[in-house]
Design a protein around this ligand. Structure first.
Ligand SMILES: CCCCCCCCCCCC/C=C/CC(=O)SCCNC(=O)CCNC(=O)[C@H](O)C(C)(C)COP(=O)(O)OP(=O)(O)OC[C@H]1O[C@@H](n2cnc3c(N)ncnc32)[C@H](O)[C@@H]1OP(=O)(O)O
Length: 239
């Protein structure tokens, strides 16, 4: 990902990611490392400006593009690793959770923090967390909107490994891909999709309903007010 300053996910960036995933699949890619050009941020999650006073059709397109990108990422036939050498809140955490393996560096925060922002992580975000860390830990983390530090993320199983720095993180991600290289492709892909099928189907069969929930939710005046205040707090911080 290379969308400075924080790889926030707007419609255009989501489309780029989706196109890249389609191309990798068409080219029979043998593995992907999802990483960031930023030295300190993996991805800041959804671009909050896409949800602030949006036009209805643009908001719908934004959400559908996010769904498209995620459905592709979660179901790739090739192995995927997230090299998390920077913070990964909310949608950034979703990207990492959607890969098959996660390597993180020290001093990083990762989690589905939506509750803390006064918004709600959609069901499929929640499902991804549950699939990785289990029901009990996911429920606790989601209710609190908890951001895990590196050590906590490793302890709870949110990530698989800690590496010292970005170079080591990429090297460990490559090692994971190498460990998968000799597995029969069809068998590997079939097992992966078997594990992920119920989560994928839940969104695929409920896409329109999910979009409707998103639209109705973000167009509420009190939610808009919350988004406005959050945007102000973010830009005050950097100003
Ligand atoms: C189960 C049933 C459910 C029913 C209801 C469901 C309904 C659906 C509801 C809606 C769902 C919404 C889902 C949302 C998921 C998301 O992903 S929301 C996004 C959450 N992201 C964050 O909270 C991260 C915010 N950012 C940060 O914490 C920090 O920026 C950082 C730690 C990532 C990086 O810090 P630092 O390096 O210090 O950079 P900053 O100075 O903070 O930021 C630089 C610059 O970027 C802007 N920015 C940061 N994050 C975002 C973002 N996410 N979107 C847009 N812009 C962002 C920030 O304002 C600064 O801009 P300026 O320089 O001031 O212009």
């Amino acid at each position: 990902m290379n969308r400075p300053p924080v790889n926030s996910l707007n419609t255009e960036h989501l489309e780029q990611l989706h196109r890249a995933l389609v191309r990798l699949e068409n080219e029979k890619c043998r593995g992907m490392i999802l990483s960031s050009s930023s030295p300190t941020v993996f991805s800041a999650g959804l671009d909050i400006r896409e949800m602030y006073k949006p036009e209805l059709e643009k908001a719908r397109k934004f959400w559908r593009t996010l769904q498209d990108m995620w459905l592709k990422l979660y179901s790739t036939p090739y192995p995927t690793v997230a090299a998390i050498h920077g913070h990964a809140p909310a949608g950034g955490c979703l990207l990492a959770l959607s890969c098959e393996y996660r390597v993180i560096v020290p001093n990083v925060k990762i989690g589905l923090n939506e509750t803390q922002l006064g918004i709600v992580a959609p069901q499929w975000f929640q499902d991804c967390m549950r699939n990785v860390i289990g029901e009990r830990q996911a429920e606790k983390a989601l209710i609190a909107g908890h951001m895990f530090n590196t050590e906590q993320a490793l302890q709870v199983g949110l990530v698989d490994e800690v590496a010292a720095d970005k170079a080591a993180c990429i090297a460990r991600a490559e090692a994971f891909l190498a460990s998968q290289a000799n597995l029969p492709l069809l068998a590997r892909k079939t097992v992966k999709l078997g594990f992920r099928n119920s989560t994928l189907s839940r969104l695929m069969t409920g896409r329109e309903a999910d979009t409707k929930i998103f639209i109705e939710y973000i167009f509420q005046p009190k939610v808009q007010k919350g988004i406005e205040l959050y945007l102000q707090s973010l830009s005050k911080k950097s100003g």
